[in-house]
Design a protein around this ligand. Structure first.
Ligand SMILES: Cc1ncc(COP(=O)(O)O)c(C=O)c1O
Length: 349
């Protein structure tokens, strides 16, 4: 079946491109002896995580415990959760997971570390801990090498924990100086850093420049999106996720309305103009959205679509689209191959 025969809106995943994207990054990281630990938040699909591990990834990264549980249930046994896990309920789930697989989590405070240690020690299990430090995103992460040293000391002294190293997101110019200083300080205490984990798609091809960063976590690279293309990390014809939509109304000479709005594309602009890129009408601009309507300005297009015409959109941000749909339609050789439920969709706890 040709994808244009599908009912809309629907999310299309081109598995040939996914495979190429996986191989290309894996090949690059292998060539530079950097471990690849892809982030599954972009696809939330065990099938694609399997392709990534089969291609050579050392394990996978999840953002949330719920994602990791789904991946463990489907056979993944080496998972990093890049999140501070807090609270009785999550710590209980974490210990259950740690009994089944090789599990590692990030932490940036003594509160998180004490919680992990108490939960693991009383459950008779162990979890790896990486200290998250900030490289400029102003999200989580310790701010100074001295703080990292204090936390490393704590991790190595508490039961139920393995010190697994340092972690940051995204890798930037701030990363290497931070790691170098922390490494020097830890050396005086006899503490080695087993792994330094960085991440991000926009600068993935710079990964070899970050001396001492031993692992890379990219997520978006597997699909790509309009933002990734705008950063230069990928090209439009490498993007593997598209949203097929129908023009359901042409109320004025210039305006067209799509049957997908913020409930499919999300409201993320990521500093781009508009909410997506229409392949068939590159001059068109998705200037606004209602929940179920995409508002398009076709004034700059010499030929404009008719009501009922299907158009293909590259979304601004692939990861949020994944989390908004129950299933994706996979293509091979340009034909519909299989429909996959998005197994870890909505698992934000
Ligand atoms: C902690 C962490 N690691 C890795 C990634 C992957 O980043 P990207 O999707 O840019 O590859 C993300 C993305 O949000 C992240 O939050």
């Amino acid at each position: 079946m040709s994808p244009k025969e599908l009912d809309t809106p629907c999310v299309l995943i081109d598995l040939d491109r996914v495979e190429t994207n996986i191989k290309r990054l894996q090949g690059y990281l292998d060539a530079h002896r950097i471990a690849n630990r892809p982030h599954i938040k972009t696809h939330k699909l065990p099938q694609i995580a399997r392709m990534q591990v089969d291609a050579g990834a050392v394990g996978i990264t999840c953002q949330k415990l719920g994602e990791a549980e789904v991946m463990a249930d489907t056979g993944f046994d080496d998972i990093l959760i890049t999140y501070n896990i807090l609270g009785e309920s999550k710590l209980h789930r974490l210990t259950q997971l740690a009994k089944r697989i090789r599990l590692c989590v990030s932490a940036d405070s003594d509160v998180t570390i004490h919680g992990l240690s108490q939960a693991c020690a009383s459950a008779g299990t162990e979890v790896g801990v990486m200290i998250e430090f900030e490289s400029g995103k102003q999200r989580c992460g310790v701010q100074t090498p001295e703080e990292a040293v204090t936390l490393a000391r704590l991790i190595t002294s508490q039961p139920g924990l393995r010190f697994e190293g340092l972690l940051t997101y995204p890798t930037t110019e701030h990363t290497v100086p931070f790691v170098d200083k922390t490494r020097a300080l830890l050396k005086t205490e006899g503490i080695e850093i087993p792994c330094v984990s960085g991440g991000g798609t926009p600068r993935m091809w710079d990964a070899h420049r970050w001396k001492g960063v031993t692992e890379h976590r990219a997520g978006t690279y597997v699909y790509g999106d309009r933002k990734t293309v705008s950063t230069g990390a990928m090209m439009f014809d490498e993007v593997a996720m598209h949203v097929l939509t129908t023009v359901v109304s042409r109320p004025t000479a210039d305006r067209g309305i799509l049957d997908a709005g913020s409930k499919v594309f999300s409201s993320d602009t990521l500093d781009l103009d508009g909410f997506g890129y229409i392949l068939e009408y590159p001059e068109a601009r998705i200037y606004g959205q209602s929940e179920e309507h995409g508002h398009v300005d076709f004034s700059r297009c010499s030929v404009k679509p008719k009501v009922g015409e299907k158009v293909t959109v590259i979304p601004n941000h692939a990861c949020v689209v994944t989390n908004l749909v129950n299933e994706v339609v996979c293509l091979k050789n340009g034909k519909v191959y299989e429909v996959w439920p998005v197994a870890a969709r909505g698992l934000v706890r």
